[in-house]
Design a binder for this molecule. Structure first.
Ligand code: NI
Length: 141
């Protein structure tokens, strides 16, 4: 495994919509492992592939001991909002308040290509929305 370089604001990869993953191979699993290692190394709770310069629809998280990854995610948010603040590894040194959905339903695939689906609430739901935005080329600022 290896620690990947975090791309920061100004890098075009962060503003480019990521591509769907079509190959569920060893390289994809290695990318996820490297992203998890990198995320922990820099003290992040979530990391999207464009943040390490890879334009694929993949993100990882590690929150309160719950670790995971999702490939080609789809999100749907409930109507209930949540208020709060968030930061981003790609915009170092800042955090801003941002209204998000209190709940998010997440579907997608694991690195083996198995379908996954789960519900997220609160801070976890905020993280899912933040990382999903990265895949569409949006920074939260
Ligand atoms: Ni971010």
């Amino acid at each position: 495994m290896s620690i990947l370089r975090i791309r920061t604001i100004g890098d075009p990869v962060l503003r480019t919509p990521a591509q769907e993953v079509t190959q569920f191979d060893d390289a994809l699993a290695a990318l996820v492992r490297d992203m998890l290692e990198t995320m922990y190394a820099v003290g992040g709770v979530g990391l999207a592939a464009p943040q390490v310069g890879v334009g694929l629809r993949v993100f990882t998280w590690g929150i309160d001991g719950d670790e995971g990854h999702v490939i080609n995610p789809q999100l749907s948010m409930g109507e209930e909002p949540q208020e709060g603040g968030e930061g981003c590894l790609s915009v170092p040194g800042y955090s801003f308040p941002l209204r998000r959905g209190e709940r998010a339903e997440v579907t997608g695939y694991d690195w083996d290509g198995n379908e996954i689906a789960f519900s997220a609430t609160g801070w976890f739901a905020r993280c899912m929305q933040h990382e999903y935005d990265h895949l569409n080329g949006f920074l939260y600022v």
